[in-house]
Each structure stands twice: as structure tokens, then as C-alpha cells.
Design a protein around this ligand. Sequence first.
Ligand code: ZN
Length: 472
Amino acid sequence: MPTNPYLDIDRLMLGDIHTSSETMDNLTVLCDDFGSRFGGTPGERQAADFFRDKFKEYGLKKSRKEPYRYASWRRGQTTLEITSPIKREISCIALPYCPSANLTAELVSVGDGMPRDFEAAGRKLRGKIVMATSGSATGHRFVHRSEKYARSALAGAVGFVFMNHYDGLGPATGSIADNQEAIIPGISVSKEDGSFLQRLMARKGSVTIRIKARNRTSEKTSWNVVAELPGNTHPDEWILAGCHYDGHDISQGAMDPVSGMVCVQEAARVLQKYAGDQLGCGIRFIAFGTEEIGLIGAKNYVAQHADELDQIRLYINMDSAGGGGRKGIVMHRRPELDAFFANARAEMKYDMPYGQGMSAFSDHFPFFEAGVATCGMGDVEGVFTGRGYGHTAHDTLDKIKLADLREASSVLSRLLLRISCTKEWPTKRWTEKQAERMMKKDASLEIVKVEADLVKLYRRRNRRGRREKNHG
Ligand SMILES: [Zn+2]
């Protein structure tokens, strides 16, 4: 067993974390005072100011808000009505970036909406409203809402209905476009209402529905909030730890995302207090804006800091990290870091799940695409079957346990300390070519190809729109 060269600092940091309620106090303000913090709400700005001020209060350097412009979305009224063979209104919500619409078409189910379900349906989806559940078939890779929506639009569907696969949690939300109005309307229903629609289709054959939606997409400003602990021996190198702070407008977004953000704050607090003068490279703490509607804050950070990306040792993404489950590291395709983390785990005497994995659906991804080493906090040994109460109205403060916040904060603080103090960091930024190659061979990044096809569809429609305008 390796001895622990950081034992004194570990004891101070963990002793403080485990005898303080700072994480839960911050989480309470974020959820109960500021609400969802969804892009464009007053709570979003309050949260950004709160992070900036807290980082300052904790003694971090250069705490600031970095603004950027984006397409903000606001929901209006949305209704779903069965028009044939019966008449009935079903409760529903619009998915973020759903355009205004008044649309009547036949409803078709693709079950869980696996790629093979779309292949089997083929041309039958053209002109129809397609319904898919939020679940993924047993044994199949997890298929994200965005992929089901994109495959529907690509198959010629005119609308999309997302059906929750959990009992009693109402409809699940999630955006259907990135930083722009979506190409076809998308709405969401509960498992109970979706099951009713499925039974109706099975018994009566053909079911026609009408979707009426009034929503608004308009340009606004959001912010990433950034603060630093400078390095001593390697001041030009950085580790980044971050999490988004916007939730969805229908909930408090307690677990997803800010259970993770308060751990980023906590790590900043204890590292400044007990390790500030002993850091090797610098640590940058980031609260990302508007992740839920297209990773917009992280994309802007990567663009605004393009000339610093070579200097980043690792970005640790803490999205939702203070929820339940074990607190380990899912490393994104960097086996050359395995030995470092194996050693850290042994010297920390902490049973930390660690392994290689990948997903395209959080703020690490724009960094990954740019070739920066990234990882997330999570349990690589766990099997992801869905979000549970995440992305529903039930993602509220009462679900979060102080013990989970403390554990995630402890793991993050200890890892940041070790990464900062390592003299030789065993990996570096990929070239553009290397990054491209990694993306291509990764089955969990299938979504990237599907979304590239969807972008072509947007372009075709925009060209058609312009032609029609010119002739009209
Ligand atoms: Zn999230």
C-alpha cells in the first residue's frame, strides 16, 4: 500500500466538510430561493451572482461572470387532444425549443425508440406524430431523447411525443434542439397517459391527435461563473472542475444539476482554506450556464478560452454528482490515466469506482470534442437505465442527502489536490485528428452522427424557407 503524502491536508479538508452544512445550505438557497434557474428566469441571474459572491467569500481569485448570448426559450400553453376515434384532452408539456404549432396528424408508436424500431417503421413515420418512451430496451445501450427525436424528424415525422417510462412521475422534460428553435414540435406525457394512448392505438388501429403549442424563442444573455486558485510550481497549467447550474423550468433541478455544483463550491472552499499555498498547478472552478438547452455555456467557454485549452490537465464534470450512488470517476477514453487514479485510490484508502466510459450529454463534451482530457463523477460499474425523477417536477431538494454531498465533495477535493500536485501529468490534449478518430469509433457517440444528419435537415429547410420567401 502506498503511504499518503497528503494525509494532513486530507484530514483538515474532510474534517471540515464532514462537520459543516455548507453544501446543504448552498443547495437550499439555490433551490428554494432561486427556483429552477432555467435560462431566462430571474433565478438564473441570482444563481450566477451567488456563485461569484461565494467564490469571493471563500477567498478565490478572479471570481467573475463571463457573459454570452444564446437563444432563450419560454413555454406558453400547450395542449394535446385526441381528435379520432374518440375526443379527449390529455395533459402534456412542451419540450424546450418546441416551436409554436397547431398540428393534427396520426399518432404512431415506436416503443422505446431504439434505432432498430425506427428501421422497422421505415417510411411509415412520414407525416406522422411519433411517440417514443424515455426507456431503453433491456441489453441495449442507453438511447437518449435527442437521438429518438432526431430519428423521428429524419424519418419525416411532423411531431414528437416523449412518454415517461416511470410510474407516477408525470411527464419528463428535456430539450429537442441545441440553442435554436426545434425543427418539429415535441411534447411530453406521463407514463399513465402514454400507456392510455398506446392501448387506444392497439385497440382502435388509427389514432389522430392535435397538438397546439405557443412558445417563444428569443435572444438573451447568460453567464459562466469562473474563479481560480492559482498554482505555485506549474502556474501555467490548470485543472478544471465544473457543473452546470441551470435546471429545467418545471422543477428545482436539485439533483440535476446543482447537487453537483454545491460540491464544486465546497471543494473550492476547503482547497483554498487548507491547500491554497501548496498547489502545483492552478485549479479553476466553473459554474456553467444553459447546459440543459444545448451545453451552451460549456461551448462558449471552450470558444472564449480556445488559446488556453492546451494548458488543461483535466476537466472534471460534476453534473448531478451529489445525488445517490457511489462517487467515483468515469474517465472519458484516457487509459493512460488509469495508473494515476489507481494510485490515488490506494493512498486515499477509498473504495472509489473508476473506469473508462463516455457520453455526449453534459458539459464535458465540448471539451472532449476539442481534445481536452475529461471525466465525470459517477459509478462506472452501475448500469444506467434512465433518469428516475431527474428532468421531472419531482427533482426537488428533499431528495438530496447531506451525506451524499459530503462524500462527493470529499472525493473531488482530494482528487483535485492530487492532480494539482503531480509534477508530470501523464496525458495531454489530443490533436483535432485524434479527437475526431476517438469520436468515430465510440458506439456511445452514435448521437453525434445522427445529429449531424439532423443539421443537414435544418439547412435544407432553411434554404427552402428562404426560397419560398423570395418567391412569396
Ligand atoms: Zn445536468
